[in-house]
Write a protein that binds this ligand. Structure first.
Ligand SMILES: *[C@@H]1O[C@H](CO)[C@@H](O)[C@H](O)[C@H]1NC(C)=O
Ligand SMILES: *[C@@H]1O[C@H](CO)[C@@H](O)[C@H](O)[C@H]1NC(C)=O
Ligand SMILES: *[C@@H]1O[C@H](CO)[C@@H](O)[C@H](O)[C@H]1NC(C)=O
Ligand SMILES: *[C@@H]1O[C@H](CO)[C@@H](O)[C@H](O)[C@H]1NC(C)=O
Ligand SMILES: [Zn+2]
Length: 437
């Protein structure tokens, strides 16, 4: 009897000691997630980027990151911040739409429309707040919405006419975020920049303009590191730098015959809803009874692949979506899905198959919890979410990522190592008890 009590007390003591570090709120480091929209994985390889290069030495670099299928800004950013596939979080386009009413809302106007973002999947901000953390979103897509009635503690939303490439403003935004961390004790901030996406669309990814904006981004990385030092956050702030998709050069006449879908099917007669003329990803709702006709007509069109929603490849993780209309069209790399006329002006675009190298994006990270000078194999962006939860020491919401993929970026695989240690300790105590018996 006495022995049993001792055993119980010992086990209790060991479990307490093991449990303690896992709930160490005091030792929790802060996290800054920065997204530079449309930063293709190899954009730093043909430009002089001393600050980005320094990050490789001082932290972690992944060779590249694969975004979810639907390589578009809102869907991909929301996968990063929720760890859920697009079919689950249902942010299935940059535009908000209703295929029944034919309502279409442009991207910037969706940013504070909760009904587009709030589909029962909780983003990291809300999950962290529910566990006592303070979070903020600086222009990050989805940060301006409410989720089950809850708002992000502090959210700045881009205005409709926001200028993307103002370097003075970029530095001010860094200063503001640093003061949120150092003076207001925010734990998590997501910071978004609209470049190099804007230049990639307007000028094309393989132009001097794109190289110039990458050098501007490189300068802001240098500024960020200075600001982190100035705010004495070097030992307590982890930073993840990533993006939502890459960019490819749009193929135009006379190099190719540009796609004009109305040549293959009478859109007015056969479709009741469409979003086309939007790069490489198109959606259609056939009129009643016309699904097969639409599918067959598009199957004969060159330089694209047409799918019935319920026959989308499983690897796309899109088929379960209720919002996607019955027909999905994915153009071959570089082709735009023009509907009736060529009104499309972009010189670069995305939205293509996420297996294309041009759609891959970047991942860099540094801070007290990251390894140094570590080059990681490529991984899917879905696995960034459990990594962020681990860094913030919070319990993740249900998600589709896997910490085992990204945990090796960390210096101490933290919890699991501690858990292994305490199990070992417990076992040795038990064996001591029993030999003593
Ligand atoms: C979020 O909820 C608050 C409080 O109910 C409300 O004032 C605000 O307008 C909502 N914001 C959005 C984007 O729906
Ligand atoms: C750039 O940002 C600074 C600081 O916000 C502002 O004063 C300036 O007017 C901006 N320049 C342009 C061209 O928008
Ligand atoms: C586009 O399709 C045409 C017709 O099938 C084909 O000849 C051409 O090679 C394709 N273009 C590209 C760039 O794949
Ligand atoms: C993604 O995660 C959700 C929540 O756990 C789950 O319901 C869904 O089945 C998962 N999707 C896949 C493809 O595993
Ligand atoms: Zn984007």
């Amino acid at each position: 009897m006495k022995m049993r009590l001792e055993l119980f007390l010992l086990i209790a003591a060991v479990s307490c000691a093991a449990g303690k570090p896992l709930s160490k709120a005091a030792g929790r480091n802060k996290l800054l997630l920065i997204s530079f929209d449309g930063f293709r994985w190899d954009y730093d390889q043909d430009v002089d980027t001393p600050n980005l290069d320094q990050l490789v030495t001082d932290g972690v670099k992944a060779k590249y990151v694969t975004p979810p299928m639907l390589t578009m800004t809102s869907p991909s950013h929301f996968t990063t911040i929720t760890g859920r596939w697009v079919e689950d979080h249902e942010v299935v386009h940059n535009m908000m739409y209703n295929a029944k009413t034919n309502q279409k809302v442009p991207h910037k106007q969706t940013l504070s429309r909760s009904e587009w973002w709030d589909n029962g999947v909780l983003p990291l901000w809300i999950t962290a707040q529910n566990q006592g953390l303070k979070t903020a979103s600086f222009y990050y897509p989805g940060g301006g919405a409410n989720y089950s009635g809850q708002a992000v503690n502090r959210a700045l939303v881009e205005t409709f006419d926001h200028v993307d490439d103002n370097e003075t403003e970029w530095r001010q935004n860094i200063d503001m975020v640093m003061s949120w961390f150092s003076e207001e004790d925010f734990h998590l901030v997501t910071l978004y920049y609209g470049e190099p996406d804007n230049v990639g669309h307007a000028k094309g990814p393989d132009t001097p303009d794109r190289k110039k904006i990458i050098q501007q981004i490189d300068r802001i990385i240098g500024y960020l590191r200075e600001a982190i030092n100035r705010h004495k956050l070097t030992d307590s702030l982890n930073v993840i730098l990533t993006s939502d998709h890459g960019m490819t050069t749009v193929k135009k006449r006379p190099q190719v015959d540009e796609i004009i879908l109305n040549k293959y099917l009478n859109l007015l007669k056969l479709a009741s809803f469409e979003i086309l003329d939007y790069g490489g990803f198109g959606i259609l709702t056939p009129r009643p009874g016309k699904e097969q006709e639409v599918f067959d007509a598009l199957s004969n069109a060159p330089n694209l692949t047409v799918y019935k929603k319920n026959e989308l490849p499983e690897s796309f993780r899109l088929a379960k979506s209720e919002r996607l209309p019955p027909i999905v069209v994915v153009a071959d790399l570089g082709f735009n899905l023009n509907s009736r006329f060529i009104v499309y002006v972009n010189k670069g675009d995305h939205g293509y198959h996420n297996g294309e190298m041009d759609m891959k994006t970047i991942f860099r990270a540094f801070g007290p919890d990251f390894k140094k000078n570590f080059l990681s194999e490529p991984f899917d962006s879905i696995h960034v979410y459990p990594l962020m939860c681990k860094l913030l020491q919070i319990e993740p919401a249900p998600h589709n990522g896997s910490l085992t993929v990204t945990e090796n970026l960390l210096l101490h695989s933290g919890g699991s190592q501690r858990a292994r240690l305490s199990v070992a300790l417990l076992l040795s105590v038990l064996s001591f008890m029993f030999t003593a018996l």
